[in-house]
Ligand binder design. Structure first.
Ligand code: AMP
Ligand code: ZN
Length: 484
């Protein structure tokens, strides 16, 4: 089932909403910048993939044949200036005593587990940067003469050789050059390394022979090469977090222009999710402890509560993380799961033959609003409200509501017809009370209330609360974790 509304997306290149017009009719080819696998991903990083997943799901919902690529950066991404431009992978290897390859394998697996927890659909292909090094060398060779110059430290791209460098960022400043080593001899601060030579006398774990000596590809080069190799040029949509709008993507565009020999930027539409922020500073890996999906699970929050939190905000809005906000998202998800469970149960008992009613029509009207909201630059907050409206109409036959729910869930991605409230009840890591102990205390409390012994009933409730268990009178599941 699809709606007729034209899909409009906000293009960071033009800073305008634009109709989606695929390069290849009926297809949608999308490339998302993936993680650098030197550490765990924080929940801010995961917002970028929930966003890319939502985009992919909407494209499929609209009937396009989706080809989505996400890369794994396992070489070439530099640390800040202060580290004098180390490769993040090499640095992590030196600190841990493990090989860069082992580190990459470990954090890639952790990342994929987090995606799975969030119901993020796997891409058609994961492109791993180190698998494409020969292609990167060929690509660099083809643009070297016209667009690059060689220094002792590597091969650098001269940004003055392409038209409108930095148009995506809208401001050419030296800020943000932190990801690029400050190198003597660069013609412009915005020039960037596409090949970084291993310094004389040093050996790196990850290095390859090239016409410019032993070394490793630059981070920006990787994405241009892998997107061209897998999707062809030009393709439809390139995504990433908003930080990439400033340096990484302008540099990809410059390379694409150099390689394609034309003004085309590579992708027709460049889309960027805004940041998840945390006032406590827990969203920066360099600052030490940071929030991971596992941290949320350890505190008793189901990962899909975080998915809900992301969808409740528009992807272009900044989203502030708080435990209260996450708790509210979990409650909303539970209510929806309960609603769907009820509708599912009703389908088994309601009469087969039903006449078309006005209420049924109302659910379908809201389904239309749901689809329109998504066509309007992926307005998931509004789509969620419309989802709630669809299931709210009591008179609509359950069987119809269920089929609408299934359709909408293709985009929302909660697996509503399988997810149970029991699944959402996750035991916090630090909780000591066992579930049978909770059930026993609740049974005792029930007896006390039946005997109108409210003092005992209140005492039991307080004792449970002290152990992180909140008693919810009137709720069919009866209790919930609430560790603070
Ligand atoms: P990285 O591993 O640093 O390349 O980041 C992976 C993805 O997460 C990129 O698309 C970044 O733009 C994105 N990202 C980084 N920090 C945040 C954040 N706090 N909120 C949302 N996205 C982020
Ligand atoms: Zn990239």
């Amino acid at each position: 089932m699809t709606d007729g509304a034209q899909l409009k997306l906000f293009n960071s290149l033009t800073r305008q909403m634009e109709p989606f017009q695929p390069v290849h009719p009926g297809e949608a080819r999308v490339y998302s910048c993936g993680p650098t696998v030197y550490n765990y991903q924080h929940i801010g990083n995961m917002r970028a993939y929930v966003f890319a997943d939502t985009l992919g799901r909407v494209l499929r919902f609209k009937g396009y044949d989706l080809k989505h690529i996400i890369n794994i950066t396992d070489v070439g991404h530099l640390t800040s200036d202060a580290d004098a431009g180390d490769d993040k992978m090499e640095k992590a290897a030196a600190l841990s005593g493990k090989t860069a390859w082992d580190i990459a394998a470990f954090y890639t697996a952790e990342f994929k587990r987090d995606l799975n927890w969030l119901n993020v659909t796997p891409p058609a292909k994961w492109t791993v940067a180190t698998d494409y090094v020969p292609a990167m060398i060929d690509y660099a060779k083809s643009i070297a003469e016209k667009h690059c110059y060689e220094l002792e430290s590597g091969l650098y791209f001269d940004v003055s050789t392409v038209p409108e460098y930095g148009r995506l960022a809208r401001a050419v400043t030296d800020d943000g050059e932190g990801r690029i080593e400050d190198v003597n001899g660069k013609r412009s601060p915005a020039d960037f390394a596409i090949w970084r030579k291993t310094p004389l006398g040093e050996t790196r774990q990850m290095e390859w022979d090239s016409p410019w000596g032993k070394g490793a590809p630059g981070w920006h080069l990787e994405c241009s090469v892998m997107s061209a190799a897998e999707l062809g040029m030009p393709f439809d949509i390139h995504t990433g977090g908003i930080d990439h709008r400033e340096i990484h993507h302008p540099n990809e565009i410059a390379q694409n222009q150099a390689h394609e020999g034309c003004a085309h930027t590579g992708a027709s539409i460049w889309m960027h999710n805004n940041f998840l922020i945390d006032r406590g500073g827990k969203m920066s890996k360099s600052a030490g402890e940071f929030l991971r999906l596992q941290t949320l699970v350890d505190r008793g929050y189901h990962p899909l509560a975080y998915r809900m939190m992301c969808l409740q905000a528009h992807y272009r809005s900044e989203l502030e993380f708080s435990w209260e906000g996450l708790g509210a998202a979990l409650v909303r998800l539970k209510r929806l799961v309960m609603g769907v469970e009820k509708i599912d149960a009703t389908t088994k008992t309601e009469a087969k033959e039903q006449t078309f009613s006005a209420a049924e029509a109302m659910s379908i009207v809201h389904y239309g609003h749901f689809a329109e909201a998504l066509s309007d630059d992926l307005n998931t907050p509004l789509a969620l409200t419309e989802f709630e409206n669809v299931i709210a109409y009591k008179q609509t036959p359950a069987v119809i509501k269920l089929s609408l729910i299934r359709e909408m869930d293709r985009v929302l991605g909660f697996d509503f017809t399988k997810l149970t409230r029991q699944d959402l009840r996750i035991r916090p890591k630090t909780a000591t009370i066992t579930e049978p102990e909770i059930e026993a205390a609740l049974a005792q409390r029930k007896d006390a209330r039946a005997a109108r012994d409210f003092a005992t009933s209140d005492r039991l409730r307080d004792e449970l609360a002290a152990q992180g268990v909140e008693v919810m009178d009137g709720d069919p599941l009866g209790w919930d974790w609430k560790l603070s």
